[in-house]
Write a new protein. Structure first.
Length: 178
C-alpha cells in the first residue's frame, strides 16, 4: 500500500519536500538574512497551510474557522516569548543574524507531512472531507503551524522596527518594496 501511495505521488511533491528540507536544514545553523527573505518563508508556509485547508475542505468550512482560531492562539503564545538573546538586527545593513534552530525545520516538515497525509487520506476516503471532526483536527493543526510561523516573523519584524534608526517608516518602506 505504501509503495502504491509513493508511486502515485507526483514528482513535484518530492521536489517540494527536498526544497523544504534544504531550507529547514539551512536554518539549523546560524545565518544572516535581510528583511525580505525573512518575510518570505512565513508567508509561503502560511499560504501552503491555507491552500491545504481550502483545497481539502473548501473556503467556507469549519476547517477554516479552526485554522483562524488556532493560528490566533498559537501566534499569541509565541508572541509572548522573547527572541533568543543571540538574535540580532543590524540596522545599517538591514540584516538579521539568527541563531540556528530546528523549529523552522520541524514546522516545515509538519506542514508538508500534514498536507501529504491529508491528501492521501482524502484520496482513499473522500467522505472524510465532509466529517466535522476531521476538518476541525486538520484545520487546527494547519492553524497552529501558521500561527507559529507568523509570530516568528512578526517578532523579527518588531526587533527590526525597534533597532531601525529611522523608525517605522524605514521598515514599512522595505516591506512595501518587497
Amino acid at each position: 500500500m505504501l509503495m502504491h501511495i509513493l508511486s502515485s505521488t507526483p514528482t513535484w511533491v518530492f521536489v517540494l519536500f527536498a526544497v523544504l528540507l534544504a531550507l529547514g536544514l539551512r536554518q539549523t545553523r546560524t545565518f544572516r538574512a535581510g528583511l525580505t527573505p525573512i518575510a518570505i518563508l512565513p508567508v509561503a508556509m502560511k499560504t501552503l497551510a491555507v491552500v491545504g485547508v481550502v483545497s481539502a475542505f473548501g473556503g467556507a468550512s469549519v476547517a477554516v474557522v479552526a485554522w483562524i482560531a488556532a493560528a490566533a492562539v498559537a501566534a499569541a503564545i509565541v508572541l509572548r516569548r522573547p527572541l533568543p538573546d543571540s538574535t540580532r538586527f543590524d540596522a545599517s545593513t538591514r540584516t538579521f543574524e539568527i541563531t540556528g534552530s530546528v523549529v523552522p525545520l520541524a514546522l516545515m516538515m509538519g506542514i508538508f507531512f500534514t498536507k501529504y497525509a491529508v491528501a492521501v487520506q482524502l484520496a482513499i476516503h473522500p467522505a472524510l472531507a465532509h466529517q466535522t471532526d476531521f476538518a476541525l483536527a486538520v484545520g487546527t493543526l494547519y492553524g497552529a503551524f501558521s500561527g507559529i510561523f507568523a509570530a516568528r516573523g512578526i517578532r523579527l519584524w518588531m526587533l527590526a522596527r525597534r533597532r531601525s534608526p529611522r523608525g517605522n517608516a524605514s521598515i514599512a518602506g522595505s516591506a512595501a518594496a518587497a
